[in-house]
Design a protein around this ligand. Sequence first.
Ligand code: ADP
Length: 264
Amino acid sequence: LLVVKIGGAAGVDPSRVCTDVAALVHRGRRIVLTHGGSASVDELAGALGVPQRELLSASGVRTRHTDPATLRVLQLALLGEVRPAVLGELGRAGIRAVGLSGLDANLLRAERRAAIRAIIDGRRVLVRDDHSGRITSVDGGLLRLLLDDGVTPVVSPPAVAEDGRPVNANADRIAAAVAVELKARTLVFLTAAPGLLADPADPASLLAEHALGDETPKMGGGMGVKLIAAREALRGGVETVIIADGRTEDPVTRALDGGGTRLR
Ligand code: ADP
């Protein structure tokens, strides 16, 4: 089984990813797709005049401040814009696919973060209106049921909290949790970079391999969280975790053929 996470940043073209995924599914591969949609959320938030803020945790990880207005925008963007784009591409390629958020049959359960210690504009603050959480369980049975019937699941935030209400959860960590739950052999993160770069400003500095340590990776643009998710997947038993370019032709096939960065 293969889990593919489609990057949400601008530049990653869902149509190329889906054409490639469809070809692999037609050849008999079982694939679960997951997606976020940061560019789509940012664009819709801008159009609706909902200001966006980043929280910087004490350990150096950046996340979106999901206040109530942002949670609303996030659901509109992911479930109303990104998902139909992905399902449309898969459908055109002749694939039966189903879009699921964590709210569908409680697929993704999360523990709501009560109050977040964060750094905003250099000041330490306690954020109380953040609707986000950490994934605690994935309903693998539902995903296997779909896969066994030849259906490709397309999974995205939000997750569902203990109180039955939606919470934002990081899509990379959702992909990792899904891969662990389904005992996937391979997890591919497609993003708007050639892979993990030694120097983020130099696309030629691609690392073919990278060993993850215990320390929290301090990297910009969501790469730090991606490495945390990769580590969760590897420690959960996923054999191969790859970060690869989502902007190319046949991005999944290229990643499986040795493109991008293999994490250890
Ligand atoms: P996605 O939406 O694909 O999950 P993110 O924006 O969350 O992507 O994170 C990937 C981005 O992180 C890359 O597009 C790149 O701009 C940035 N980045 C920061 N540091 C690095 C690095 N060392 N190597 C590659 N990309 C990096």
